[in-house]
Ligand binder design. Structure first.
Ligand SMILES: Nc1ncnc2c1ncn2[C@@H]1O[C@H](COP(=O)(O)OP(=O)(O)O)[C@@H](O)[C@H]1O
Ligand SMILES: [Mg+2]
Length: 320
């Protein structure tokens, strides 16, 4: 895995317990300058908890977290000044205008005077809200609200940004626009951690941290995850009837998993042997299933996600 050159965020063996419940379990990763790391995982995976710890809002139970060189446990206040944070249920003041909301956040971060004017224009510009300064935030459509919330989070020009499911409940076009903004910020050197449960958004990240039940179950670029995370070979088998094909494929010794995928069957095979295709064909012929088409398939991130999350044990163990 290509480790970032200058890591702005370094997380080592982070753990968070709520009573006996382990919400975050030995999670380690780094984020380099201008990188976008995506947290992908089901509800309750621990994404928000990790982000809140990184923001200095929640104390870790164990492990170490350095943000911009600062130990978050030692000096959470210094961290909070350096980062921008858009929480999952971000709060805008519905009865304040766009400009008033931005000014309010400027006040929180101590941005004043001439600097405030310049930052305000910059935030309006980034969020594409110029011309809407006097509109009440409560009357903005969903996608615009999200962009205003982002504008508020970057008002003090942080170079580290945490966005917790910023695109949830937003239409696809607004989601695309929002990702364009994130990319603009990253291109300007801002390091971003962004959580999502939209699989398609994973492709917009430089790297993805797949999180499930408090654990980091895969870490890498979208391409790396597609090619290596399954630790096996995915085959696409066409033939019919599909039910019989599915049944026979389950009996192939190297089969780890089978699933119907459109008009074909996707088979995940254990080892990456060069003659998998031929072996599979020969096996099926021996089973009386001829006239099949066998191909290697490139797994989608969804394949990877479903496989890795599905392979996890159901219950999280309590700490003894
Ligand atoms: N303050 C808390 N007290 C007890 N349990 C919590 C607390 N915050 C989160 N949890 C639990 O930790 C787990 C991870 O939550 P969260 O980080 O919000 O997940 P995600 O953001 O991935 O949906 C969940 O099971 C949640 O119920
Ligand atoms: Mg969450």
């Amino acid at each position: 895995m290509n480790a970032p050159a200058a890591a702005e965020i370094v997380v080592e063996r982070l753990q968070k317990r709520f009573g006996r419940f382990v919400a975050v379990d030995e999670v380690s990763f780094e984020v380099g300058r201008g990188q976008i790391l995506g947290f992908l995982g089901p509800n309750g995976a621990g994404k928000s908890t990790i982000i809140r710890i990184l923001c200095g809002l929640l104390r870790p139970s164990a492990g170490s977290v350095r943000v911009d060189g600062i130990d978050v446990s030692r000096d959470p206040e210094a961290v909070r000044q350096r980062i921008g944070y858009m929480s999952q249920k971000f709060s805008l003041y519905a009865d304040l205008t766009v400009a008033e909301n931005l000014r309010f956040y400027g006040g929180i971060y101590g941005v004043r005077g001439a600097a405030l004017g310049a930052r305000l224009r910059h935030a309006l510009d980034i969020a594409g809200l110029a011309g809407r300064e006097q509109q009440l935030a409560g009357t903005l459509a969903g996608g615009w609200k999200q962009r205003l919330a982002l504008g508020c989070a970057i008002l003090h020009a942080p170079h580290i940004l945490f966005l917790d499911e910023p695109t949830s409940g937003v239409d696809p076009l607004s989601r695309r626009r929002f990702w364009d903004l994130i990319h603009d910020l990253a291109a300007g050197g801002v390091s971003v951690i962004v959580s999502t449960h939209h699989m398609d958004e994973a492709e917009y990240c430089n790297r993805i941290a797949l999180i499930s039940q408090g654990r980091l179950i895969a870490l890498g670029s979208p391409g790396e995850l597609r090619r290596h995370a399954l630790g096996g070979v995915l085959m696409r088998v066409e033939g019919h009837p599909l039910e019989r094909l599915l049944e026979r494929l389950r009996g192939f010794p190297a089969t780890r998993d089978v699933a119907v995928f459109g008009n074909a069957v996707h088979v995940l095979l254990d080892a990456a042997a060069a003659d998998d295709e031929a072996a599979l064909r020969a096996f099926l012929a021996g089973q009386g299933v001829a006239d099949v088409h066998v191909d290697r398939a490139e797994p989608s991130l969804e394949d990877v996600f479903v496989q890795l999350v599905g392979a996890q044990p159901r219950e999280r163990e309590a700490v003894r």
